[in-house]
Design a binder for this molecule. Structure first.
Ligand code: ATP
Ligand code: MG
Length: 390
């Protein structure tokens, strides 16, 4: 037996001019995520139909619930195109439900069907009233029964499952996510994916001061994000040399400010190299000394790239809430040190001065160090196996 899933796009339908591009991207993403499953997909400007075998239904649903751009999914019952079969099926469905009022809504794309939509709704509604004790309420029904008469069959559905919404991943091009092992940056990545931005992840590593477990943790977080993209690579920056040089040359209170300016410089140059339009990170206003507005301005001034900070205005508890929902929290709280925490000074400056940063940076040849570091970035493709299959 085949099942039919009816998919509604939601927000992307508001973007009239781009609708076709959006739908094409959504189809491409669905194709990737359903790889290995036998299915048939048909789409039009307002919805999409996916036919799958009943045995694949659950796994298919699970996967579709990770696709941005899907607003809702309805599992439809199918019957032959004749009014008696439709009436019987609707009654069979409604007999298992607890309700007082209902409404039948019919769509008829098959214009050869002998009755029009209103006639179908009224005949089916009448049959329900004869068989089940309930009433019709066209304004505020307890249950809405949708009947869609299509060429090959009629599809009936009542329950609608919410999708994760947003825009199809990739529709906006790529952003470079500065991904630490913390709580905030995976959430920032998720929120960007949700707006259609595909990601490359940049991880700054300071071996041996940070451990390989810390890297594993970042890869795990990236692989959770990858479930929504299937396109993510992690770029590991060997940051030890730069960090040690800063440690030797900068006054304690400025170590973090200078370090973050170097991170931004690397992210800026590398994003051009791998064609990312923006840099994304998990900074949140006021969370730590390097995230006061003054610090952000001084750190940000090394790049002209737009920096997207999806969690900038969220409280930590709000961020944690999302981290729990997307299943990154438990990994994020594993206790491995990040390069930002290893050389943490007792009193980092809260209001750094730009001139002072420039003075400090004159004391070592950071350009050379940055070039060398970028040349040694290691790329880890999370989709190696998947890409080989596709
Ligand atoms: P998170 O903010 O992800 O919880 P964190 O709080 O340890 O981790 P912060 O010190 O708040 O990190 O750094 C702010 C942002 O800078 C992070 O959200 C992340 O985007 C970026 N960042 C910090 N450390 C790293 C790193 N080692 N590699 C890549 N990006 C980093
Ligand atoms: Mg943080």
């Amino acid at each position: 037996m085949e099942k039919l899933l009816l998919i509604k796009y939601g927000e992307l339908t508001t973007k009239k001019g781009n609708r076709k591009v959006f739908i094409k991207m959504l189809c491409k993403n669905i194709e990737k995520i359903l790889y290995g499953i036998n299915y048939n997909l048909e789409q039009n400007l307002s919805c999409m139909y996916i036919k799958v075998e009943e045995k694949d239904l659950n796994v298919c649903l699970e996967k579709l619930l990770q696709v941005f751009g899907i607003h809702s999914i309805a599992i439809c019952e199918s019957v032959n195109n004749n009014i008696e079969d439709i009436q019987n099926k609707v009654v069979e469905i409604l007999k298992n439900k607890n309700f007082n009022s209902f409404k039948i809504e019919t769509k008829r794309s098959n214009k050869k069907f002998s009755l029009n939509s209103l006639e179908v709704s009224s005949k089916v509604g009448g049959f329900v009233l004869k068989n089940i004790s309930c009433k019709v309420d066209v304004h505020n029904p307890d249950i809405l029964v949708n009947v869609e008469i299509r060429g090959e069959a009629t599809y009936i559905y009542v329950d609608v499952i919410s999708g994760i919404g947003g825009y199809p991943v990739g529709i906006q091009g790529k952003g470079l996510l500065m991904l630490s092992g913390g709580i905030d940056s995976p959430v920032a990545g998720y929120l960007s994916l949700k707006r259609g931005v595909d990601l490359e992840c940049l991880y700054f590593e300071s071996l041996p001061h940070t451990s390989l477990e810390a890297r594993e943790k970042v890869l795990k977080l990236a692989s959770i994000l990858n479930e929504y993209s299937l396109n993510i690579k992690v770029h590991v920056v060997p940051f030890t040399n730069i960090q040690e040089t800063i440690y030797k040359n900068a006054p304690d209170s400025y170590i973090i400010t200078i370090m973050r300016r170097m991170m931004y410089r690397i992210a800026d140059r590398y994003s051009k190299k791998i064609k990312c339009k923006v840099i994304i990170n998990g900074e949140s206003i006021g969370q730590v000394a390097s995230q006061t507005l003054t610090s952000m301005v001084v750190i940000n001034s090394v790049t002209n790239k737009p920096i997207i900070r999806p969690v900038a205005c969220m409280d930590k508890l709000e961020i944690i809430d999302i981290a729990n929902k997307i299943n990154t929290y438990q990994t994020s709280i594993l206790p491995y040190e990040d390069c930002c925490t290893i050389f943490l000074p007792k009193h980092p400056v809260i209001n750094p001065e730009l001139d002072k940063c420039i003075e400090i940076e004159k004391t070592f040849n950071y350009e050379e160090l940055i070039n060398e570091t970028i040349n040694n970035i290691q790329v880890i493709n999370l989709n190696k196996v998947k890409n080989d299959l596709l």
